[in-house]
Design a binder for this molecule. Structure first.
Ligand SMILES: [Zn+2]
Length: 202
């Protein structure tokens, strides 16, 4: 049983790393951004596209629906705020938190070179046609430069206390590097070791 979190600046590779991890380990990946993009409509969808935070009660409703009955999962994009981390701890808690550590400069650079497929969510560093289904690639609305700056500012204010929260509880693992595959392997190793320790202590 592993309940893990991926956390990091926008563009830190959480989506790619999460997909690799999920594929290698069979643990379901729950990506809050994707979940919200598929569930939200109207004014909250607009708020999401502007890079604003979505109210907690909406997030919990969607998240609970998705995680109920799951013993293991990898959460991507949540918690973002201290009170969300505290609530998650009360609901049974998280085993490991993986912080994908990149600089703000790197974050801005990566997001300005990110193109996504509107049909199949394929991500590319170059504009053009989707390498997966051939559709025309687009930029995500929340990757626009002024929105990115806002996301980074919000991230720093809200997420740094979350990192501290998990560091105090010895659940935080800081992972550096640029190669998503290598990052995923490092995380897999930690999850495996921790699972062994958990089994032994039972
Ligand atoms: Zn596509």
């Amino acid at each position: 049983m592993t309940r893990a979190i991926l956390i990091g600046l926008p563009g830190s590779g959480k989506d790619t790393v999460g997909s690799i991890l999920s594929e290698d380990t069979g643990i379901p990946l729950i990506s809050l951004g994707d979940l919200l993009r598929s569930y939200l409509k109207g004014k909250w969808r607009k708020a999401l596209d502007r890079g604003d935070f979505i109210p907690d009660e909406i997030i919990y409703r969607i998240l609970t629906k998705k995680t109920s009955g799951l013993k293991s999962y990898i959460l991507n994009g949540f918690p973002r705020k201290l009170n969300q981390a505290e609530n998650l701890e009360r609901l049974g808690g998280i085993d490991e938190v993986f912080f994908l550590d990149i600089t703000v400069r790197e974050s801005i650079k990566r997001l300005s070179n990110r193109y996504v497929c509107p049909s199949c969510d394929f991500v590319s560093k170059k504009d053009g046609l989707c390498g997966n289904c051939g559709d025309k690639l687009t930029k995500r609305k929340d990757d626009a430069p002024e929105v990115v700056k806002k996301r980074i500012k919000l991230y720093k204010k809200e997420t740094i206390p979350v990192l501290e929260f998990y560091r105090e509880r010895k659940k935080l693992f800081t992972i550096k590097g640029r190669n998503s595959m290598a990052i995923a392997k490092k995380i897999e190793k930690i999850i495996k070791e921790n699972t062994k320790i958990k089994r032994r202590s039972r």
